[in-house]
Design a binder for this molecule. Structure first.
Ligand code: PBE
Length: 267
C-alpha cells in the first residue's frame, strides 16, 4: 500500500522534539488513535527536528515531523499538516501567561505588563523568522519592539515603572517561546526591571513558577497541550490568561509528499 511505502521510506519514524513537550504526548496519543503500531516517535529537540527537516527538504526526501503553529518553518518551506480526522491533536488553543503567587504584590508594574501582554501569531512569526535568519533573539526582540511601539505602549501604559527589581522568566527552547520570552523580557527591561531569562525543560518551567523560584512564563499552551502540567501545578500559580490565540499542533510533512492524512500512515 501507499502507506507501507511511506513507512519504509521514513523508517517508520516520526521526528519529534523534546520529550517534555505536550506535542510529544499528543503524538503518542495519535499513534494509538490511528493504530500506528509499527511506528516510533523519535525524541530530540526542536532544533534537531528543524535541522532534519531542512536536510530532507533540500534533498526532496520524505520526512514526517511533529510541528506547530506559529512557527517559521511554514514560511521557509512548503509544508502541510496531515489531516487529523480523529482529532488526536485537539483544537486551536491559546498561549497563556502564568506567574508566581505574590508577584502582584512584589512587582505590581511587572505583573501589570505581563497581564497586558498579548499579540498575534503574525507578530510572533516576525520575531521567529528574524531569529531563524540569524539575528540574536534579544536583537530580534528589540527590533520587533521598535517597529511595534504603539502595541508595546498598550502593555506598559498603566504599569508603574520598575526600580531594578529582579524578574526571572523561564522558558523552553521552542522557537515560538524563544521569541515571546525575549520580547516580553526586553519590554520589562525597558521599563526598569532587572530581567533574567532562564531556559529549562517543560516540567521544571511549571515547577519553577509554582515553587516561586521563577517569576513568570509566557509559554503555557492551553487548554490541551499543557493540561497535565496545569493540573499538577494550578493551585500554586496564577494564570493571567491568553497572550496569543490561534495555535495548532500536528504531524507535518513537505507538500511534495503524496500523503494527506494521518490515516494514510497505517500499514
Ligand atoms: N510546542 C510549542 C510546545 C508548546 C509550544 C507546541 C512545541 C509543546 O508541545 O509543549
Amino acid at each position: 500500500t501507499a502507506s507501507n511505502k511511506i513507512g519504509s521510506q521514513v523508517n517508520f519514524e516520526i521526528t519529534g522534539i523534546d520529550p517534555g513537550a505536550g506535542l510529544m504526548k499528543a503524538t503518542e496519543k495519535a499513534m494509538k488513535d490511528y493504530d500506528l503500531k509499527d511506528w516510533t516517535l523519535k525524541e530530540g529537540s526542536s532544533a534537531a527536528m528543524t535541522a532534519e527537516l531542512k536536510k530532507a527538504y533540500e534533498n526532496k526526501e520524505p520526512i514526517i515531523v511533529t510541528g506547530w503553529t506559529p512557527h517559521w518553518m511554514f514560511s521557509k518551506y512548503k509544508l502541510k499538516y496531515l489531516e487529523d480526522p480523529k482529532g488526536s491533536f485537539g483544537k486551536d488553543e491559546e498561549i497563556h501567561t502564568v506567574v508566581r503567587k505574590g508577584l502582584k504584590e512584589d512587582a505590581p508594574g511587572a505583573y501589570k505588563i505581563l497581564d497586558n501582554f498579548s499579540w498575534k501569531p503574525s507578530d510572533m512569526e516576525e520575531v521567529m523568522s528574524n531569529i531563524q535568519d540569524g539575528a540574536k533573539p534579544e536583537n530580534a526582540a528589540a527590533k520587533w519592539i521598535k517597529k511595534h511601539q504603539d502595541q508595546v505602549n498598550n502593555w506598559t501604559k498603566d504599569a508603574s515603572k520598575g526600580n531594578g527589581e529582579k524578574i526571572s522568566l523561564v522558558y523552553v527552547s521552542w522557537e515560538s517561546e524563544v521569541a515571546s520570552t525575549n520580547v516580553i523580557g526586553k519590554v520589562l527591561e525597558n521599563q526598569g526591571y532587572d530581567v533574567t531569562l532562564k531556559q529549562v525543560e517543560a516540567g521544571p518551567m511549571f515547577a519553577g513558577i509554582s515553587d516561586g523560584s521563577a517569576d513568570a512564563m509566557v509559554a503555557a499552551w492551553l487548554p490541551t497541550t499543557h493540561q497535565d502540567y496545569m493540573n499538577e501545578y494550578k493551585k500554586q500559580l496564577v494564570d493571567l490568561g491568553p497572550n496569543l490565540k490561534g495555535t495548532k499542533l500536528g504531524l507535518v510533512v513537505p507538500k511534495y509528499m503524496k500523503i494527506n492524512s494521518i490515516d494514510d500512515l497505517k500499514g
